[in-house]
Design a protein around this ligand. Structure first.
Ligand code: C2E
Ligand code: MG
Ligand code: MG
Ligand code: MG
Length: 282
């Protein structure tokens, strides 16, 4: 009886896996098709310097719009794009779009002086990464010093020698490097110190805690660590003035989150920036 039960659940499990695999392949096919017919968009979220309340940067975040809202959120389709390798092309396209967006805003007195772009593991494995990035910067006229690349802790800790030399070459070009979702991976402190990076992005899970009693102990620890390592910090997912005030008190440099603005289209970002000018808030 136990054996029969095993077989039954095993069959269900296999059927589930097949459905899941079919679903994933279907999403990838649809994504590739929509990407090739120019249906993806890049949205932007401002990054604010906590001391001055000025806009200093913006993060480029890809969106997949469909007939009825978004087809899938990035948390679903980015892993599939990574799995299929499509992320290499999508990532280069996002960088080119972000460069054009940055350039198009520079007539505003409070234009962001940097734009941040997320980079995935398969892009990092590609030996062409540095040449491709340099090429896109040149053809889209984005100064390397205006670009920030966000990599995850898992990339940073993978194959230390390869990653350190790639990051070193990017930093040499003048590009800023930050570690995204910092604190959720398993950084070795020894390796962290060896990495040519500029900034730690404190993961939003630690910012959420600032409201609920645990009082942001992790945010405080990460800001202290960054300061010891000579790195700057940005908090992501800042939603309340209480969180922003607490972070400013810690000496955290920048913040990004719904408190300031949600990610938006380039046209909406321009309008949002224009509305901030009269207030002289940068
Ligand atoms: P991420 O790079 O850590 O981006 C931050 C995510 O937090 C974004 O989700 C953003 O919309 C969201 N967020 C910002 N402020 C707040 C806030 O105050 N509260 C809350 N609850 N959320 C906030 P999004 O746009 O859905 O992107 C999810 C992830 O997908 C990104 O996380 C990034 O890892 C990945 N991603 C997005 N665009 C790209 C891309 O062009 N390339 C690559 N490789 N990955 C991307
Ligand atoms: Mg990011
Ligand atoms: Mg993040
Ligand atoms: Mg995140």
């Amino acid at each position: 009886r136990a054996k029969k039960h095993y077989h039954e659940s095993h069959e269900y499990f296999m059927a589930d896996m097949e459905d899941n695999t079919r679903w994933r392949l279907e999403v990838i096919r649809h994504l590739r098709q929509d990407f090739q017919s120019n249906k993806l968009q890049v949205w932007y979220q401002p990054q604010i310097e906590l001391n001055s309340n000025r806009v200093v940067g913006m993060e480029a975040l890809v969106r997949w719009p469909g007939e009825n809202g978004f087809v899938q959120p990035p948390s679903v389709f980015i892993p599939l794009a990574e799995y299929s390798g499509l992320i290499v092309e999508i990532g280069e396209w996002v960088l080119a779009e972000a460069a054009d967006a940055w350039r198009s805003l520079q007539d505003l007195p409070n234009a962001p002086h940097r734009v941040a772009v997320n980079v995935s593991m398969p892009q990092f494995r590609n030996r062409m990464l540095i040449d491709r990035i340099a090429h896109i910067l040149g053809s889209h006229r984005l100064p390397p010093t205006a670009l920030e690349l966000e990599i995850t802790e898992s990339i940073a800790m993978d194959e230390p020698k390869v990653v350190i030399s790639a990051l070193g070459a990017l930093k040499e070009l003048g590009i800023r490097i930050s570690i995204d979702d910092f604190g959720t991976g398993f950084s070795s402190l020894g390796q962290l110190r060896a990495l040519p990076i500029n900034c730690l992005k404190i993961d939003q899970s630690f910012i959420r805690e600032i409201a609920n009693g645990r009082g942001g102990m992790y945010a405080e620890t990460i800001v202290a660590l960054a300061s010891k390592l000579g790195l700057s910090t940005i908090a992501e997912g800042v939603e309340t003035t209480e969180q922003a005030g607490f972070l400013r008190g810690l000496g955290c440099d920048e913040a990004q989150g719904y408190l300031y603005a949600k990610p938006m289209t380039l046209a909406d970002l321009r309008q949002w920036l224009e509305q901030r000018i009269p207030a002289h808030r940068g």
